[in-house]
Design a protein around this ligand. Sequence first.
Ligand code: PLP
Length: 417
Amino acid sequence: MGLWGVDTWHLEFDTYGEVKMTDWLEIEKKYFMRTFEKARVPVVLVRGKGARAWDDKGKEYLDFVGGWAVNCLGHSHPVVVKALHDQAKKLIHTSNQFYTVPQLQLAELLVKNSCLHRVFFGNSGLEANEGAVKLARRYGKLKLNGAYEIITAIGSFHGRSLAMTAATGQESFQLPYVPLPPGFVNAKYNDIAAIQNATTEKTCAVMLELIEAESGVIVPDADYIKKVRQWCDSRSILLILDEIQTGVGRLGKLFGYQLYDVEPDIMTLAKGLAGGVPIGAFLAKESASVFAPGDHGGTFGGNPLACAVGYAVMKYIIANDTAGNAARVGQYLVEKLEMLRKKHPFITDVRGRGLLLAIEFNSEIGQPVLMACLENGLLVNKVKPNAIRLMPPLIIGNKEADEAIDILDRVFSRVTK
Ligand SMILES: Cc1ncc(COP(=O)(O)O)c(C=O)c1O
């Protein structure tokens, strides 16, 4: 018996005192639900710093997965570590029966830097979206004669609860769980007529991603979101923007809606908001903030630890124009990726905004490309069988971009052979 009375026969420790893998993959296979089997690659990450991560064998990687667009300041950023440390020493959790300072500081900071007026905190993206949908339904009940339906887009991704599975316009997520909660209509993305045709007297809101990130970084036409906003206004229904992946600087603006010259009635955030500490939030215009006392709640949401980190991360991003950096480095990356596209004709598309980018191929080589990147020290995400996605920390510079491009070039040169 070893550490904490736990049998540690299978543990070794590296020079940093980190647990070293002996057979973690076997342990996962034996004890863990099989849900991540398709997503996982055979790497056990044990340490990270900035845009770099190390596995249990000491191999270094340039991390362009970024915790699925969460680690906006990279791994173990001093601002995140300090906020966690300082707040953990003071107060970790209290419940929402009491006021706590970090929650209110973060709420004020978000409101002062966005077009929204009120905030509710949860712990994840799906929770933020659930809250947003509940708020829209409440609005429908109070202001739209009981309208309750939400129009979402085919190809969207909004989370894994039953309601968010119904909202997510992808059959592969939905079919294993039917019957799903009613009240969601999936309409074609990037097609204003599809939304118009789906709108009835039962509709209370349209909920959209600015870019369909999980579907392969699908970027709609420049005027699509604006047209949806105008349609929602003409029908007095709400526009909910799911900015869980696109918010917090990812697209090169603090919030993605700022790129499209529209304002949502409700916006949801999560992922990068606390730089890796679980948090979610939905924000609403005053006119849409119709919750009455007791209408919504939660035990952990808005706890001081997560909110202190969120406050520190958001302050850092705003003060250092981290979103501007994402725009500049993202543009630089796109230019370099376009050069790779000319060199390797099997690349059919390079797309995205800021530091949410995808490279699409003319065949289903996403997995071999991912594995070759891994071998060469670059972490990427296979977003579709024929596409990889890049979501590096927003603090990277051209140096890291060049390094990733070099590795991708090497990998693509091998693929063509
Ligand atoms: C746009 C969008 N909405 C919602 C979610 C769900 O967030 P979570 O996994 O934190 O529940 C995700 C996660 O990838 C997302 O990308």
